[in-house]
Ligand binder design. Sequence first.
Ligand SMILES: [Zn+2]
Length: 59
Amino acid sequence: MAKHIFYCAGCKEYTMKQLCPKCKEKTAERKPAKFSPEDKYGQYRREVKAAQRKIEGLI
Ligand SMILES: [Zn+2]
């Protein structure tokens, strides 16, 4: 089961909450992209993985 990652466009921060802990704005869910042979979303997946590591490091 994948974790839900949310993104605050205002703070440019990832969070696991639906409301940004900084500005209390609603965040947008970011779902990890499915694998594509073209690796169109490779950059995006790396970005999400880095954010997940960052969040897990805070727990
Ligand atoms: Zn925010």
